[in-house]
Ligand binder design. Sequence first.
Ligand code: AMP
Length: 227
Amino acid sequence: MRKYVIMGVQGSGKGTQSQLLARDLDLVHISVGDIFRWNVQNHTKMGAQVRRVMAAGELVSDDLVESVVRDRLTAHDWNYGFIIDGFPRNARQAEFFLESYDIDGVVYLDLPDSEVRRRVLNRRLCANCGMDYNLLANSPREPGKCDVCGGELVTREDDTEEALAVRLREYHEKTGPLLDLFRRKEYVITVDARSAPDMVQQDIRERLGLPPAKPDTTHQPPGPAGA
Ligand code: AMP
């Protein structure tokens, strides 16, 4: 059983790296942001609650986030463990998490803000299956169309200059300091996130003492609710 947290600023590749790790190790990938996006897309009550906050780049309330994480983790479909992405994002969430779960490692994807802007403003998402694209490094074969399902590629509502500025500020004020907390517990491995995704993955595996990645033959989109 392996339990990991992946941290890093927006656009540092948390989703991509989590999926690569989860795929080979049979871990469940839990992305709190994906769960919220799924709810927004499917017009649920929770979606209505979080849509405006997310679009502005602000953080959703701790109570709601904690209940989402608690519900997701009590599903107990993670026999081999999990990798959680986008959580915890502040001191209260970290306390809640560490009280309930012991973790094996925190992967910190280190990326300078200038690179974050370049990546985030070029990010596109398939409106149908959620597959992530980057127009700089990983553009679709046909412009505006998903390679996997043919769905329309859209910009995330919070991938704008304004929302990005808020998200970066939130990150540096509230999330960054958590690294010190985790470092004191000797959980953290820091990985340079500027390299190509497969190099970053290789680095993560070496640092965590895991076997190298198996070749990807699938090219799967993410699950519907960050699972
Ligand atoms: P992400 O996909 O991780 O960038 O998350 C997208 C958005 O979902 C964030 O900008 C927040 O509005 C919300 N969100 C995701 N995770 C959290 C969290 N742990 N705490 C508060 N808000 C969150």
